[in-house]
Design a protein around this ligand. Structure first.
Ligand SMILES: [Zn+2]
Length: 315
């Protein structure tokens, strides 16, 4: 039986409803979802699969273009089967499947490009169970056939790009910085947060507080630093107070994972937050760490952060 594609209107409505549903289910991107949670979506009265069963794209037979792409979680150090990279223009790259531009998956992605259709990107942030950060909408904005890949923007590029002449390098630089920042906010930050909080089981590493809304995924080494990688090994789940204390060198973490508090605060007498929240953590081991060794903080990164703490601390 030949496939009968849905009308452009119905296709568009499916995408819009799916994206609205995901925003609701994830509390606007704040929480990741398991495969079975993603399976709860229904459209026009029937459940409708949004996600491929494995790595790669999902193109429902009723649609001409891809609906979603999926990148599975890989532990730090493990290569991904398809390397997704950020280009110098601030946009993301998604590799073709295989070498042949005409195979169905690549055709389905090209159809999304040609028809300017929004997609969903499910990015793995943990295994067993597999959980995914849903990033949407994502648009395919161009293709680089010689490099066998597509260019993706995790936002509606049309709505974001000022209509400017392409020659002015100052404007080009500004646009590039702008796109880089938007990609960071819409894709890298939520993926980093979900990966880190999942690894620390939604608990503050310093005090074990277990309320997700009070937790941040802190960078051990700031992401402006050359080693400031957006990987779980450069992350710590910290409550808001301990995050601010860490960033301002009130609290340091020794490379052997023991908490240190700035000496002058240890002398200070004040209320319960200072007493229990800070002073009594001094000399204590971190209370929560990822179960899997490969996801634990990297020693060289802790070393850099601890040097910063010591240098900021008057002896
Ligand atoms: Zn805490």
């Amino acid at each position: 039986m030949a496939d009968v594609f849905w009308s452009a209107e119905r296709d568009r409505r499916l995408r819009d409803e799916a994206i609205a549903w995901l925003k609701l289910r994830t509390n606007d991107g704040a929480v990741p979802l398991t495969r079975s949670e993603i399976k709860d979506f229904s459209f026009d009265g029937d459940t409708f699969a949004l996600q491929a069963t494995q790595q790669g794209i999902r193109k429902p037979r009723q649609l001409e273009a891809a609906l979603s792409i999926q990148t599975v979680y890989r532990s730090p150090g493990q290569p991904r089967p398809y390397e997704d990279t950020m280009g110098s223009d601030g946009l993301l790259r998604y590799m073709w499947r295989g070498e042949d531009p005409e195979i169905p998956d690549n055709m389905a992605l090209r159809a999304a490009l040609e028809n300017d259709l929004p997609l969903i990107w499910f990015i793995g942030v943990g295994m067993a169970p597999a959980i995914f950060q849903a990033v949407c909408p994502v648009y395919i904005v161009s293709e680089e056939p010689d490099l066998k890949r597509f260019v993706l923007a995790p936002f509606d590029e049309e709505a974001f790009l000022p209509r400017v002449a392409g020659q002015d390098t100052v404007i080009q630089e500004t646009v590039k910085r702008y796109l880089t920042r938007e990609t960071k906010i819409r894709l890298h930050q939520p993926v980093f947060r979900s990966t880190v909080l999942r690894a620390y089981e939604d608990r503050c590493s310093v005090c074990n507080l277990g309320h997700r809304v009070l937790l941040d995924a802190a960078h051990i080494v700031p992401d402006s630093h050359e080693l400031g990688i957006a990987s779980v090994v450069n992350g710590l789940a910290l409550c808001k107070i301990h995050h601010a204390a860490f960033d301002s060198s009130i609290l340091g973490i020794r490379p052997d994972l023991v908490v240190q508090i700035r000496p002058d605060l240890l002398e200070e007498i004040d209320g319960p937050m200072l007493q229990y929240g800070l002073k009594e953590r001094h000399g204590q081991k971190l209370m929560m760490l990822p179960n899997r060794k490969v996801e634990q903080p990297r020693a060289d990164l802790l070393e850099i952060a601890y040097d910063r703490f010591l240098n900021a601390t008057p002896a």
